[in-house]
Design a protein around this ligand. Sequence first.
Ligand code: ATP
Ligand code: MG
Length: 718
Amino acid sequence: FGGGEPPWLVDLNPEQREAVTTIDGPLLVLSGAGTGKTRVLTTRLAHIIGLRMAQPWQCLAVTFTNRAAREMRERLSGMIGGPAESVWLGTFHAICVRILRRHAEAVGLKSGFLILDTDDQMRLLKQLLEGAGIDSKKWPPQAIMGVIQRWKDRGLAPDKVPAEDARAAGGGSILALYKSYQARLAELNACDFGDLLLHCLTLFQTHHDILEEYQDRFRYILVDEYQDTNVAQYLWLRLLARKHRNICCVGDDDQSIYSWRGAEVGNILRFEKDFPGAKVVRLERNYRSTPTILKAASHLIRNNEERLGKELRAPGVEDVGPKLCVRGVWSADEEARWLVDEIESLQAKGAPLSGMAVLVRAGFQTREFEERLITTGLPYRVIGGPRFYERMEIRDALAYLRLLVSPDDDLAFERVVNKPKRGLGEATIQTLHLSARALGKPLYLAALDVIETDELKPKPRAALRDFCETIERFKSLAPVMDLPELVRTLMEDSGYAEMWRRDKSPEAPGRLENLDELYGAVEAYDGLTQFLEHISLVMENEARAAEDPGVTLMTLHAAKGLEFDVVFLPGWEEEIFPHKRALEEGGMAALEEERRLAYVGITRARQRVFISFAASRRVFGQWVNAIPSRFIDELPPECVEAQSESGLYGAGFAESGGAWGGAWEDGWGGRQRSSKIIPGDGTSFNVKPREAEEGLAVGVRVFHQKFGYGVIQRKDED
Ligand code: ATP
Ligand code: MG
């Protein structure tokens, strides 16, 4: 470097520099959001390899997501070029798979072993339960799977589960199931997700030669998002680092948000004990956010008791940045409208859409914003999951609805005829296909004929008749029933919603929330046909939107480690955020984890934060009042600019800058008025009061199912 120092060190502050250049020995970097932990880790890799302290393949770097791994590799190649390719860089799982493929035999697998997803996993466990004659009502498979997974998170293979734990779990019966589950997996040459780590751990514990090979190889070990590692991962790291003891972990206890997946903050405390003499570096200077954003986030997180405690300091800039905008609105629709308007006006001022993110607590919340973004033609992407109308349960529900409207929709028929399982398997579908072809009719209409014949065996025939009767009944109900109620009862009577209620997988509650959201979504439409037309329009738009990255929509959990110029945090209402389940089940610990999520959310922002809450939401087509999240009250008033719809809160709202608990009930009342939307061609039509209630105003862009897009030009108050 021409006698000077390596270029990657130039911009670092003294603490960061220390963390990067203290290469030998255990090192813990414990610091708040945006202080450069990830940057330190990447630079440290560059430093080690660049100064030839180790070959790239002698370095192991663990990230929390595959995306984070990709990003880190890109940054690294930016600093050191080609050698970046050879670093062992990935998630715990990815690295364990790589090791296990090489040594599968040593843990009783073959190299081409299968990795099961959660569905396969549950199916297998259910088979075992049936085989053992265990009543799945008394022993819900998902609860059993939960116990097994927690054991795996703790690095406990069946023979390692402590006797008292085994006794506590069904007097040993769950341990017995765990054993047979693992045995069955081995027979199938398969493992589940948790096994990847567990097997790798077992491999190291039982094969010292193999462990030594990796201990020798990995001279330097680096771990990001350390606060979210579980015990199994910790033990794995400890084994690998034992020889060279060059392990560097970076993390932030205030961002620990995965305890529900077995993560243990205690790993931070354990580190200093297990690696005596470990150096601890604290980075205090935050490079990401404005002083105002930092102050707000720090103030909020101080309400948590369980924390190691640290402060964040913004670089010495004059400008403290704009206040956090906290906006109260009447309804969820209005929230979406306001939020997207803000996005548009920021964009008009030159802010790129790719620098903006909407972070939600639960997946179902994206629906309202997706629709609004589509209405306004702004590109967006949903990260970490499909867009709302592409989610499995929503597609299923839509297939039911399509069948009501178009009996010739074979795809819809095939999608739902055996969902939930009605005993209409391949053979029945085959018979239906043959009949349909012979009769020259679509599948559903053929089915109506077939149930009158004896082509099918009695059981499937009865099941198919049941299905057809449900569809026929709802077809006749459709013109007379309120749309949300129609969709909801159809999902109930068909057994579809019940299927998810019985499903105890971790995704099931979210799917039910999405269905509830759908019942609310249909309310804005006059009939099924209009609603389905709207959906096809939405889908078409989505295809187009995919070309530009646009605004990012994601959950708070998925946003860890990322940063955006502008962050929108909608739905800050009690029971949404903090989440209902956390309030009901978890006590103090769960609430503090929700608060850490809020902290993660706010600290994703570089420039601006917009928080919002609605006074009411539609649940099952009913208006339900909502209470602003307690987290709003925990923001420092001087950092907040409170805004609200006129009349929503008492006059004190804006000045109170945060303390609006009391004024809130008073302002609430039905605002009935009708509005006229005037489409581009000048014809006008009345909007139902229900829609008007949601704050249609002159200049607002709207979508109407009959008239399409338009701008409100005039409004008549009653
Ligand atoms: P999180 O806790 O959210 O994961 P972090 O501690 O990992 O945050 P980084 O993502 O590494 O923080 O850094 C936050 C931002 O600050 C990044 O944009 C990074 O490039 C920038 N940054 C970090 N250190 C410096 C520095 N010394 N000079 C300039 N910018 C920096
Ligand atoms: Mg980071």
